[in-house]
Design a binder for this molecule. Structure first.
Ligand SMILES: [Zn+2]
Length: 99
């Protein structure tokens, strides 16, 4: 499997995030990753939270390590998401007040 492109897009239809499996409505900001494998081409979409999580741990950037919706079973991910939603984490992944 190889990645052809990755691009930040505003979605033109609703998509589920590959990482967390959540539904995102039209107009959401998501990263579209296009993959090719054995003559097939397809795209998967990742939401901001999942992308931030993945980029905060570079050794996990291999997307094909994850099955659909698998991130929500990852305790580290749940912690990350909770911190982010409560404003403890800045968008660059650093803890607020600990820069
Ligand atoms: Zn997600």
């Amino acid at each position: 499997m190889s990645q052809i492109s990755r691009k930040q897009v505003k979605t033109r239809s609703s998509h589920q995030c590959w990482g967390c499996g959540k539904d995102f409505p039209i107009g959401s900001s998501m990263e579209r990753q296009t993959e090719a494998d054995g003559g097939q081409i397809w795209s998967v979409y990742w939401c901001d939270v999942c992308m931030d999580y993945l980029s905060s741990m570079p050794d996990r950037m291999e997307d094909d390590q994850y099955n659909f919706g698998e991130l929500v079973q990852d305790e580290e991910y749940l912690k990350f998401k909770k911190h982010r939603e409560s404003g403890w984490l800045l968008s660059d992944g650093h803890m607020a007040g600990h820069a």
